[in-house]
Design a protein. Structure first.
Length: 543
């Protein structure tokens, strides 16, 4: 596999609305991000993935774009954005932006024109159909209800896989694709270094045939996008592809295919869901399931593509509350989870606050939640007679606002996020869980992440080594090796709060063992037999 700059990079996702507020209006903004670049540089990250900052009515927190060429007023100005790119560049930090091209806002000028009549230039920019005694089909929206919305002006329905204020674009229209390529070029010329592509597996949909994801022209369009735009810049691209299998991921990311550099798999994100029942029907997490999924992605894409490595993002609950222990062993389990992820092959992603061990939120009232998906779910289930307590249990576990509470910078009011009233309440544990405390403690989660990031930059075995899962059927221990040239790395992690013994398989031979990193101050120097403490993680170099 030919080497690329993003193989050794670590990406940090900034959710601007919740990161840092510079002007006291309760909403994070671009000048606020600039003020925290020193913090990110100290962490050691190479790339900021910036969630949408484009002009938007904000129906879905910026993923409903009304103008791709302007900055949302809440976040600042185009001059602020240019300043962020320049300031980050001086610290050797690249910026990638969210590319949202499956849909726009219904307030985008294209849609405003599209809905005026059946016979205008922009009608075919979107997906319009006649009704069939009701909606044209039974396809449902991700946010609940039908994916079709009736418009009385032209007596037709338009298609929206998400909110009704997010009409889907028709990328089978050449003019739509050309317009999007022009927009992408505009931002690349501004100096950004790539894109995270929102629900990119949906852009080839064929609604009349009932195909929503992985349409027959999807890879053709991605190859065209690469040829027309991406190939002209030294960029990094990652696609959000909820429906991707490892075989499909090879098509996206395989060497020589010229589509995307990596994709986000969702398979490990749905392990706490009852299969076929959607994200809100919960089941207990099982480590054996996680090991099976991560092993498959590590082995299937080795030399055949590239993995993205992530535990958290703006749509997912906090990992330390999900797989870890966010009470008694918050620090230990956060470090353990980071170790398991960052020692794998792929490009690691850190979501804001993950590096200080931020936890899920549990608001008492639905009125405190802001996410449209969560609010719609609550209304639907209350109307269906489901008890409040049962609905809230699902929301506490899986709601997107778990990730969207403001970044906890210090123990001052509102966690130092804002001097005003925050757009969503800060997690009350900010007095104990905050960046200032983490920076001052050399044994903090933050400084542990710094070490992990540094190891990747300086160790090709982490970047390119072969992956082999060990003790595959052990229900509490996650252990694996990474091998490259004459070095083998051994990663051993206890996923639970009990004590367990790890025994090195007899076929792994070594002359010398060095501990590269551990989440306890002292650990066993003998990898042959290890008495693992709660949530303990150790990485050995065997030679």
């Amino acid at each position: 596999m030919s080497k690329a700059w993003w193989h050794t990079a670590t990406v940090y996702q900034v959710y601007p609305r919740s990161f840092n507020d510079s002007n006291g209006d309760g909403i994070g903004d671009i000048p606020g991000i600039i003020k925290k670049l020193d913090y990110l540089a100290l962490l050691g990250i190479d790339v900021i993935w910036l969630s949408p900052v484009y002009q938007s009515p904000n129906d879905d927190n910026g993923y409903d774009i009304s103008d791709y060429y302007s900055i949302m007023d809440d976040f600042g100005t185009m001059e602020d954005m240019e300043s962020l790119i320049a300031a980050a560049n001086k610290k050797n930090i690249k910026i990638i932006m969210d590319l949202v091209i499956n849909h726009t806002s219904d307030e985008h000028p294209w849609f405003v024109e599209s809905k005026k009549s059946k016979n205008n230039e922009y009608r075919d920019y979107y997906i319009w159909r006649d009704g069939n005694g009701g909606p044209p089909s039974n396809i449902t929206s991700v946010f609940g209800g039908s994916a079709w919305e009736f418009d009385s002006i032209t007596d037709q329905y338009y298609f929206h896989l998400f909110s009704k204020k997010q009409p889907d674009l028709n990328l089978h229209n050449n003019k739509v694709r050309e317009s999007l390529y022009k927009m992408m070029t505009f931002w690349l010329e501004k100096g950004i270094s790539g894109f995270r592509m929102d629900v990119i597996d949906l852009i080839g949909k064929e609604i009349d045939n009932g195909i929503v994801a992985n349409g027959p022209k999807l890879h053709e369009y991605l190859h065209e996008m690469h040829e027309r735009v991406l190939s002209k810049y030294p960029v990094m691209t990652v696609g959000e592809t909820p429906s991707a299998t490892t075989d499909i991921a090879k098509l996206y990311t395989g060497p020589g295919r010229d589509e995307l550099d990596m994709v986000f798999t969702f398979e490990h994100m749905s392990l706490d869901e009852v299969q076929g029942k959607g994200k809100w029907e919960l089941k207990d997490l099982e480590l054996l399931d996680l090991k099976r999924v991560l092993m498959k992605w590590q082995k299937d894409l080795h030399n055949n593509g590239w993995n993205s490595l992530y535990w958290n993002n703006h749509d997912q609950p906090r990992i330390v509350s999900r797989w870890g222990n966010d009470k008694q062993y918050r620090v230990e389990s956060a470090k353990m989870l980071a170790t398991v992820l960052h020692m794998m092959q792929g490009t690691p992603y850190i979501y804001q606050g993950e590096e200080i061990g931020m936890t899920n939120i549990a608001f008492d009232s639905i009125d405190d939640y802001k996410d449209i998906e969560t609010i719609n779910l609550y209304k639907e289930r209350m109307n269906a007679g489901i008890p409040h307590e049962k609905i809230m249990k699902s929301i506490y576990a899986k709601g997107r606002d778990n990730a969207r509470t403001p970044m906890q910078w210090n123990d001052s009011p509102n966690g130092g996020f804002t001097t005003g009233d925050p757009w969503i309440s800060v997690n009350p544990n900010y007095s104990k869980v905050n960046a200032r405390q983490a920076l001052e403690d050399e044994n903090s989660i933050f400084h542990y992440y710094r070490k992990l990031i540094s190891l990747r930059k300086n160790n090709e075995t982490i970047v390119y080594g072969n992956f082999e899962l060990l003790v595959e059927e052990h229900p509490e221990i996650f252990a694996y090796t990474r091998s490259f040239d004459n070095e083998t790395l051994l990663i051993v992690a206890n996923f639970y709060d009990g004590k367990h013994t790890f025994s090195l398989p007899n076929d792994i031979q070594y002359n010398k063992a060095n501990v590269l990193i551990s989440n306890y101050n002292t650990c066993s120097s003998n990898p042959t037999s290890i008495e693992l403490r709660p949530y303990e993680a150790i990485v050995y170099s065997l030679s």
